[in-house]
Write a protein that binds this ligand. Sequence first.
Ligand code: PNS
Length: 160
Amino acid sequence: MIAVYPGSFDPTTMGHIDIINRASKIADKLIVAVLANPSKDPLFSVDERVSQLMEITQDMPMVEIRHFEGLLVNFANEAGSKVIIRGLRAMTDFEYEFQMALTNRELNSQLETLLIPTSAKYLFLSSSVVKQVAMFGGNYDKMVPPVVKRDLERKLGGIK
Ligand code: PNS
């Protein structure tokens, strides 16, 4: 089974890595699809986000990192996948994820979304939390992999 795990990954957190690990146990091939959406004004460029994920998953041969623009259903279709993976943290995620899953199914009835509950220790974690903690000088060592910490230090070091 080929599965697509889409997201902004701006940047990748330990929560995302938890979902990649879980999904790679049930999929034969996992395509991590990074949204290249200029309207979202990301901290990291799509190339930076893709290369972070490539470094993070370099020892996982079943994981492929790609980027996409436009509709996710079109990307999944071109990638030959009928399964979308999304991580679920607290109930607050649920409404958004449910809406997205039903929209995607409306756009392509062949497509199913699998919501994977995150590990309890990452319930609070999000890319925005990481960026805020990093910007205000807090300790975020346990929230991101070393690759992302390095890039955040470089990027924010330049801003300060
Ligand atoms: O990490 P995020 O920002 O929660 O990921 C959201 C993402 C990229 C999965 C979602 O915004 C998306 O699929 N965007 C592509 C446009 C699209 O297909 N929209 C219709 C589904 S709501």
